[in-house]
Design a protein around this ligand. Structure first.
Ligand SMILES: CC(C)(COP(=O)(O)OP(=O)(O)OC[C@H]1O[C@@H](n2cnc3c(N)ncnc32)[C@H](O)[C@@H]1OP(=O)(O)O)[C@@H](O)C(=O)NCCC(=O)NCCS
Length: 176
């Protein structure tokens, strides 16, 4: 498995490359690009990006993962939360561990920043390998609640909250 790539924080100079990667990655999916590239732009404009990482190989951006600010509370108290979306790897570079490396590095960054919980909406088989659980997310009321809504306590020793609510940043409401 090639591991000749580096993961680093995205900068303003990466905006166009990220746009291209997101569009290319989602164009290949069953549903096509449903506005994920636009979502990245809106989150940036709104100042709601918490962590944005790129994977780079030979000076080219080949992957991107973004965590955005969420509003959450659990058991009656505010909970620091972030949502993972989107994750994009260039079609020619998929299946080499790049998506996984981006997700793990992003989680490490959130943990270091004191974020308590991360949410994601997606394939349970894929995200469960990073520790995301639909059972944990089901404890949170959310417009995105459902079988694909997952969550992970960033401190794996943390006691799971009994219940609460979680809302994505406003840009998610504006998705077409
Ligand atoms: C999903 C994605 C980011 C994964 O990146 P990647 O670099 O290919 O992932 P990794 O190499 O770390 O992991 C590959 C594994 O994930 C699995 N996988 C990849 N995409 C998957 C998906 N949508 N559903 C289930 N499993 C998936 C592969 O089958 C592979 O499994 P294996 O390890 O058992 O062989 C990438 O495939 C992509 O950009 N897809 C298009 C955009 C997308 O659907 N993003 C996710 C929704 S936000």
């Amino acid at each position: 498995m090639p591991d000749d790539f580096v993961i680093r924080a995205a900068t303003a100079a990466d905006a166009d490359a990220i746009d291209g990667i997101v569009r290319a990655a989602f164009a290949e999916t069953e549903f096509g690009d449903q506005g994920e590239a636009e979502l990245v732009r809106m989150l940036e404009a709104d100042g709601d990006i918490v962590v944005s990482l790129v994977a780079e190989r030979d000076g080219s951006v080949i992957g991107h993962a973004l965590f955005s600010r969420m509003t959450a509370e659990a058991d009656g108290a505010p909970l620091s939360a972030a949502g993972l979306a989107p994750v994009s790897v260039a079609p020619g570079s998929q299946g080499q561990g790049i998506g996984g490396a981006l997700i793990r590095a992003g989680s490490d960054r959130l943990r270091a920043d004191g974020v308590a919980i991360a949410f994601v909406l997606g394939d349970t088989g894929y995200y469960s390998r990073f520790g995301y659980s639909a059972e944990l997310a089901a404890r949170f009321a959310s417009p995105f609640a459902g079988p694909h809504f997952m969550a992970m306590m960033l401190d794996s020793e943390a006691i799971w909250p009994q219940g609460g609510r979680a809302e994505y940043a406003p840009a998610f409401d504006r998705l077409g």
